[in-house]
Design a protein. Structure first.
Length: 148
C-alpha cells in the first residue's frame, strides 16, 4: 500500500503516549533509507504551523494582522521596500515577495539543510529586490508566504 500511494517519509502513531508504530518508508535522499532517526528539511511544512500560531495570537487579540512586518523584524532585516507589507500579506500570499526556490539555487545548502549564513544571505537578497507586484494587488503561489 505504501509504494502504491507513492508515500515517502516517516509514520509515527501513538496512543495514550505509547508509540505503537514508528517506521520510515522509501528512500530519503542520496540513497539513504528513511528511518525513525532520519533528519528532514522542514521547508514549507512549517508554514501551516506558523499560520496557526499567528491565528491563535490574532484570536487572543495579541496581534493585528494589519501590522507591518518591519515592526516585528530585527533592525538589520527591515527594508524600506517592505514598509507596507503586513502579516496578512504574508499569510495570504499577496506580499509580492519573490519565492527564491524557483529562481535560484540557495547559497550553502547540503542535503536540504541551510548552512552557514544562508538564511541571512537570502533575507538580505530579498531586501534588495523590488516586489514582484504591489502588495495585496494579487495572489500568487509563487511568492514567499511565511518565512520558514
Amino acid at each position: 500500500m505504501i509504494s502504491e500511494a507513492h508515500f515517502t517519509g516517516l509514520v509515527l502513531v501513538a496512543v495514550n503516549n505509547k508509540i505503537i508504530h514508528a517506521k520510515g518508508y522509501r528512500m530519503a535522499q542520496d540513497g539513504i533509507q528513511n528511518g525513525i532517526n532520519t533528519k528532514f528539511h522542514v521547508a514549507s511544512i512549517t508554514k501551516q504551523f506558523t499560520a496557526a500560531a499567528i491565528t491563535q495570537l490574532w484570536v487572543q487579540h495579541k496581534i493585528n494582522l494589519a501590522e507591518f512586518i518591519n515592526e516585528f523584524l530585527p533592525t538589520q532585516y527591515r527594508s524600506d521596500k517592505w514598509n507596507r507589507l503586513t502579516i496578512d500579506h504574508l499569510l495570504t500570499q499577496t506580499s509580492g515577495l519573490e519565492y527564491y526556490g524557483l529562481t535560484r539555487n540557495y547559497y550553502d545548502v547540503e542535503k536540504g539543510f541551510c548552512l552557514g549564513n544562508t538564511v541571512d544571505g537570502m533575507i538580505k537578497e530579498a531586501m534588495a529586490k523590488e516586489l514582484k507586484f504591489p502588495s495585496s494587488s494579487k495572489f500568487s503561489m509563487l511568492t514567499l508566504a511565511l518565512p520558514y
